[in-house]
Design a protein around this ligand. Structure first.
Ligand code: NAP
Length: 297
């Protein structure tokens, strides 16, 4: 397939481009022109400018772009997180809808934050959506794809969990602390962490691209989410480091503010029902094995 990818320069995007190219696909990177190091194949500003002609003939689009969630949520940061997703997705969806030959599928990233803070409830794609900033962003992000849906394009929203890799995302931020033996559960450690290995994230994205029956929300999380206490213990064991000292919630809030509360203190126990029903098999459904496979041991 000829696949266009926004956010191709990011943590997931770079790995996805490599994987898709290795499996014989042609990849077109859509990126912001000011992104110096590597010029994108198609430049956009993620707000108003995207050259439709450059997308003619594309079979599929994967939309990953968005301002990073992992920063203190000042007013300006919240606006950038929201606007980059709503404006960028709307621009992309409208542009695709107007093509002479529309692509067969738009895979537009979403996240499990859309379910909000849910205690021990087991959540699949039919569960109600949640409350809070991340849930509101998720709703707006997903519905920004409406123009593509209306044009008959199959739209998939991978609601992605905590992607585990030592090279990026949440785990890369935790590793230095845990490697020093300073890692510990957060608060009482009862909040759920719905994780997925980077390898399975890429495999699942390829799977949704090539599985026409998958439409709408699809949870991309391993089948066995764990509590924060269990995650802490398994990561400590993998690194052969102690994890005795719990981190008080107030310390997280002091350091990271509202973002820390929403991403680390709160959680959700998500299961990948639609992927499993569609026949997807995870390479890593056990956390310890996933960490080993990502080179953490
Ligand atoms: N990592 C995770 O665990 C995880 C979990 C759930 C959901 N997600 C979502 O999946 C997507 C990809 O995640 P990632 O970890 O690969 O993110 P990332 O490393 O932060 O990369 C995101 C990419 O989006 C583009 N971008 C950044 N700020 C932007 C802005 N203000 N406006 C427009 N484009 C902007 C950049 O590409 P250019 O500079 O090339 O334009 C960047 O490389 C994100 O939307 C993220 O929220 C990630």
């Amino acid at each position: 397939m000829k696949i266009a990818i926004t956010g191709a320069s990011g943590f997931i995007g770079e790995a996805l481009v490599r994987r898709l190219q290795a499996t014989g696909h042609t990849v077109l990177r859509i990126g912001r022109a000011q992104n110096g190091a590597r010029r994108p194949d198609i430049a956009w500003d993620a707000v108003t400018t995207l050259d439709a002609a450059s997308l003619e003939g594309v079979d599929a689009v994967v939309h990953l772009a968005g301002e990073s969630i992992a920063q203190r949520w000042s007013g300006a940061a919240k606006r950038a997180i929201r606007d980059s997703r709503v404006q960028g997705t709307t621009l992309l969806a409208r542009t695709l809808a107007g093509l002479a030959r529309t692509p067969s599928v738009l895979v537009s990233m979403s996240a499990i934050g859309i379910y909000g803070d849910r205690g021990d409830e087991v959540i699949d794609e039919s569960s109600a959506l949640g409350k809070g900033f991340l849930a509101d962003i998720g709703r707006a992000w997903e519905s920004s794809c409406d123009p593509a849906r209306a044009a008959g394009i199959r739209v998939v929203h991978p609601r992605v969990g905590i992607v585990l890799s030592p090279v990026g995302g949440a785990l890369a931020k935790m590793l230095p602390i845990f490697s020093l033996g300073a890692g510990g559960k957060i608060g009482r450690g009862r909040q759920w962490m719905s994780w997925i290995s980077l390898t399975d994230t890429l495999r699942a994205l390829e799977f949704v691209l090539s599985t026409p029956s998958l439409v709408g929300a699809v949870n991309l999380t391993a089948p066995n989410p764990v509590t924060n206490a269990e995650f802490t213990e398994v990561l400590g064991r993998a690194l052969h480091r102690p994890t005795f000292a719990p981190v008080p919630e107030f310390a997280i809030e002091l350091l990271y503010g509202e973002m820390g509360r929403a991403t680390v203190i709160e959680g959700q126990r998500v299961v990948p029902k639609k992927l499993l029903d569609a026949g997807f098999r995870f390479d890593h459904d056990d956390l310890a094995a996933a960490l080993r496979a990502e080179g953490i041991a």
